[in-house]
Design a protein around this ligand. Structure first.
Ligand SMILES: Cc1cc2nc3c(=O)[nH]c(=O)nc-3n(C[C@H](O)[C@H](O)[C@H](O)COP(=O)(O)OP(=O)(O)OC[C@H]3O[C@@H](n4cnc5c(N)ncnc54)[C@H](O)[C@@H]3O)c2cc1C
Length: 298
């Protein structure tokens, strides 16, 4: 197996290296933004040095051209990589598999379907295979020594123009990559309360903020914070769910978290079946108390 790992930033290299190491495969990287100091086991890093995130249609021809000679072209699962990799696979007539959680053979992969309640095993019939994989459970590779750098193939023509990019969530960690996530549900009432209570605890812990779909649909939290089957899949070391009922659709997005803590005033809430630690309490009393006990951030 020879992997090409498509990474949007250097932060994804440890997990790319970890995946390659777990498969005993050699790998190169196509890095969209920035430059790589260390390779995390990669033989070569092809850099694009893009300043703005290129749209998937612009990036796909570059990925397709770079794919020559590789058995697998892989990327960490996200909305952006599913869009990109499907287009690149289409350009070279390759197979495409999303959300791989296990490699059973070079052409056989396990991926969750039906909100994670069923694991499907799929086989691809052609090479290369384009796939996105879930980073949860992969042991990140060590930085290693400096890596050979080459220029990536050129970007394709622009078929659509990005009119505006709005970064929400400010300086908080990226939800999909964060080590700690604090999520709030429908009881948070409004955006201001959500930001004060959930955002306050998250900032104290250096955590990302997440939301349930009910919170998003009620206008309490922005869409990009939604966690679950139709939102982001997260796998932090610590997931704190406050005022979250624990629907199957929500749990589908959090069940790979290392530790789940639930704060819910209903002792029969389903979230307690998933949680490692449960606190039966009113979140509007419990969270300020937790923040007060943690004290000011150093
Ligand atoms: C096709 C489909 C896809 C979906 N995808 C997703 C998804 O990706 N993510 C997602 O989250 N949902 C998703 N849903 C919606 C999901 O079914 C639930 O409706 C949603 O997760 C419920 O959100 P919630 O827990 O915030 O709200 P609720 O179900 O209203 O639960 C609120 C909880 O807060 C507790 N509570 C109330 N007040 C307090 C308080 N003061 N202190 C402490 N606890 C309190 C209550 O006891 C309750 O358990 C999807 C649904 C469908 C049909």
């Amino acid at each position: 197996m020879k992997l090409l790992c498509v990474a949007f930033s250097e932060a994804e290299l440890p997990v790319c290296g970890g995946l390659a190491a777990s498969l005993g495969a050699e790998f190169d990287v196509l890095l969209v933004h920035g430059s790589a100091g260390a390779g995390y086991g990669a033989a070569q890093v092809m850099t694009l040095g893009a300043t703005e995130a290129p749209t998937a249609d612009v990036l796909a021809p570059c990925v397709a051209a770079a794919a020559v000679g590789y058995s697998h072209v892989v990327a960490v699962s996200s909305m952006a990589t599913k869009d990109l990799m499907a287009r690149a696979a289409g350009l070279v007539g390759a197979a495409m598999v999303t959300d791989v959680v296990r490699f059973e053979a070079p052409n056989r992969f396990v991926r969750p379907i039906l909100a994670g309640s069923v694991l499907a095993t799929v086989e691809t019939l052609v090479e290369p295979v384009f796939l996105t994989f879930r980073a949860a459970g992969i042991v990140p590779a060590e930085a290693g020594s400096a890596v050979a750098v080459a220029a990536a193939p050129p970007l394709g023509p622009e078929l659509a123009t990005r009119v505006a990019t709005t970064v929400r969530g400010g300086s908080r960690p990226d939800l999909a990559q964060a080590k700690c996530v604090v999520t709030g549900g429908r009881p948070l009432q409004d955006a201001e309360t959500f930001e004060r209570v959930i955002g306050g605890l998250a900032d104290r812990l250096g955590a990302a903020v997440g939301a349930t779909r009910a919170a998003v649909d009620s206008g309490i939290a922005p869409n990009e914070l939604q966690v679950g089957q139709t939102g982001k899949i997260v796998a932090p070391d610590l997931y704190i769910a406050a005022g979250v009922s624990g629907s199957t659709q929500h749990v589908a997005g959090i069940k790979d978290s290392k530790a789940i803590v639930a704060i819910n005033k209903d002792p029969d809430a389903p979230i307690f079946e998933t949680a490692d630690l449960g606190l039966v309490a009113d979140l509007f009393e419990a969270i300020p108390e937790i923040v007060a006990k943690l004290g000011p951030k150093e």
